[in-house]
Design a protein around this ligand. Structure first.
Ligand code: GLN
Length: 234
């Protein structure tokens, strides 16, 4: 197993965020590929490691938008809630009146992808300690479940996406553990017998950080979910 990396030290070949011209060029390329405008995917940018998600989405061909106000959700096709500290994120989404806006976003079928703290926010129930969560995926999660010694670690695993299994490197940072999932939840990846990536309808969640590797498998999968959801609603 490779040496764990601290957050921010990602091996990532995306370099600096794209400038607006580069971003437009990506958007136009995506447009000509699909014959429709590029997907507009927001990344909640209140706290945590949102910048690497922006880069991974752009490298996957989407237009990525940093979201700091709840009104900004209105013209997005999908949203990523990044890792960070879930208690801080909770306070900020409450102060920014995001709770109702996120519920509405989910109710109209727009996809949401939560990683790590983002998953904790989306879960039906949070343990140790119990805290408010949005309940948009039927999963019970335990925070900081891997103890001090294994606060951050990497593991090789496999994701099962759309009938295909792809190898994947998973980076865990003070990760939660998914203790159980409901019958509507599809487990897409496991580690040591626990689900580490799961989907319920338009809600995708991972306990690890796909934005910290240069593998775009998971972000591309999310972009596909967003594309399909948009095709259904337009
Ligand atoms: N331990 C954090 C929490 O409970 C999550 C860690 C992360 O997002 N990398 O909120």
């Amino acid at each position: 197993m490779a040496k764990p990396r601290a957050r921010g030290e990602a091996r990532f070949d995306g370099g600096e965020p794209l400038n607006p011209e580069q971003r437009d060029a990506r958007g136009r390329a995506a447009e000509s590929e699909t014959g429709r405008s590029a997907l507009r995917i927001g990344v909640l940018a209140l706290q945590g490691d949102f910048r690497l998600h922006v880069q991974a989405l752009e490298r996957s061909g989407a237009e990525a938008v940093e979201v700091r106000k709840s009104e900004e959700l209105a013209d997005l096709d999908g949203l990523v809630i990044p890792g960070g500290e879930s208690t801080t994120l909770l306070r900020l989404i409450d102060e920014g009146d995001f709770v109702h806006a996120l519920e509405k976003f989910h109710a109209v079928g727009k996809p949401i992808f939560g990683t790590c703290a983002g998953l904790i926010l989306l879960a039906r129930e949070v343990q140790r300690p119990a805290q408010f969560s949005l309940g948009l995926i039927d999963a019970v999660v335990e925070r900081n479940a891997y103890g001090r010694q294994r606060e951050s670690f990497e593991a090789r695993g496999a994701v099962a996406l759309g009938g295909r299994t792809a190898p994947i490197e998973m980076v865990f940072i003070r990760a939660p553990r998914i203790l159980s999932v409901g019958p509507e939840v599809e487990t897409l990846a496991t580690h040591a017998g626990d689900p580490v990536m799961a989907r319920q309808g338009a809600v995708l969640a991972a306990t690890f950080h796909p934005e910290l590797t240069d593998d775009l498998t998971v972000h591309r999968y999310f972009c596909d979910l967003v594309r399909r959801a948009r095709a259904r609603t337009t």
